[in-house]
Design a protein around this ligand. Structure first.
Ligand code: ZN
Length: 293
């Protein structure tokens, strides 16, 4: 990734390789990484290159006695390079400078969160890097080879997309790009039948607001001439799906549906729409963005 880079697909942030240029000086299950998926990242040269937040992150733990280890957890569930969607935890070690890093600090995807260094027992500037799937629970596990590692760590190539990162010496690894993400949309008109339950799971944009009936329109869900959606059960959020404190809808805002399942009450083949009730009101919505549950 480049400094400041953002990557989001279908409202879910994609985990990016945290450096602009990446070499791997010690691979997983090698040397001091025995039995783990840890890798040592180096930048363009022997100097100190920066690492950027692979997704929006919050600092959840630090260990300044052991190489300045820092644990960052994703703010929301994110997309791993193997397609899994879950919280992610990143452990970075050896930064000599802890300025701007403390538990509770949050950084947006693409913001600098670390630098190569030699803190602890490091030979030459690098970043010891591990990624785990799921929320942070504790700092270390020790495996049967005696190696301390990030709990639930996963292979880096299964976690990080390498969009816009120049890979130096590990091009034969099975890296993935976000352009290869398959967005599954098979839950459409032909799959959802009357009586089936479904949900609209993405984040949608408010295209019109009608204050007098406390309702909104979303072209993607109901088209131009379709019924308005009662605003009341809908949840205003940001583009990443994070609920906002202010719940008053304006044109251009984002919203999501509550987690309750909707029931398909009718089908219209001509418009590929399905009928459902929202807050007591009958609505025809497009089947394509719906997901059968
Ligand atoms: Zn290492």
């Amino acid at each position: 990734m480049n400094k400041g880079q953002k990557s989001i697909t279908n409202s879910i942030q994609n985990i990016l390789m945290p450096m602009e240029v990446t070499g791997i000086s010690q691979a997983d299950n090698e040397g001091t990484h025995l039995g783990t998926y840890a890798v040592d990242l180096t930048g363009a040269d022997c100097g100190k290159s920066n690492a950027y937040a692979p997704v929006d992150v919050e600092c959840v733990a630090m260990d300044t006695k052991n190489g300045n280890a820092v644990w960052w957890q994703s703010i929301a569930p994110v997309r791993f390079a193997n397609g899994a969607i879950d919280y992610a935890v990143f452990m970075l070690i050896h930064d000599n400078d802890m300025t701007g890093i403390h538990i509770g600090i949050k950084y947006d995807q693409g913001t600098q969160i670390g630098t190569e260094g030699t803190a602890g027992y490091a030979t030459g500037n690098h970043i010891h890097f591990e990624v785990a799937k799921g929320k942070f629970s504790h700092m270390y596990d020790k495996n049967s080879q005696g190696t301390y590692h990030l709990p639930n760590n996963v292979p880096v190539e299964e976690a990080c997309f390498i969009d816009d990162t120049k890979m130096l010496n590990c091009n034969n690894w099975s890296w993935k790009y976000t352009k290869d993400i398959e967005i599954i949309t098979k839950n459409d008109y032909d799959v959802i039948n009357v009586g089936d339950t479904f949900r609209y799971t993405a984040v949608y944009e408010v295209n019109q607001v009608l204050v007098s009936t406390d309702s909104i329109w979303c072209h993607k869900l109901t088209g131009d001439g379709g019924a308005s959606l009662p605003a009341k059960p809908l949840i205003k959020c940001d583009a990443y799906g994070r609920t906002t404190i202010n719940q008053v809808f304006m044109v251009g805002d984002y919203f999501k549906f509550p987690t309750d399942k909707l029931t398909c009450l009718g089908k219209d083949k001509a418009t590929a729409a399905i009928q459902f009730k929202l807050n007591g009101k009958l609505i025809w919505g497009y089947a394509e963005p719906a997901h059968k549950e």
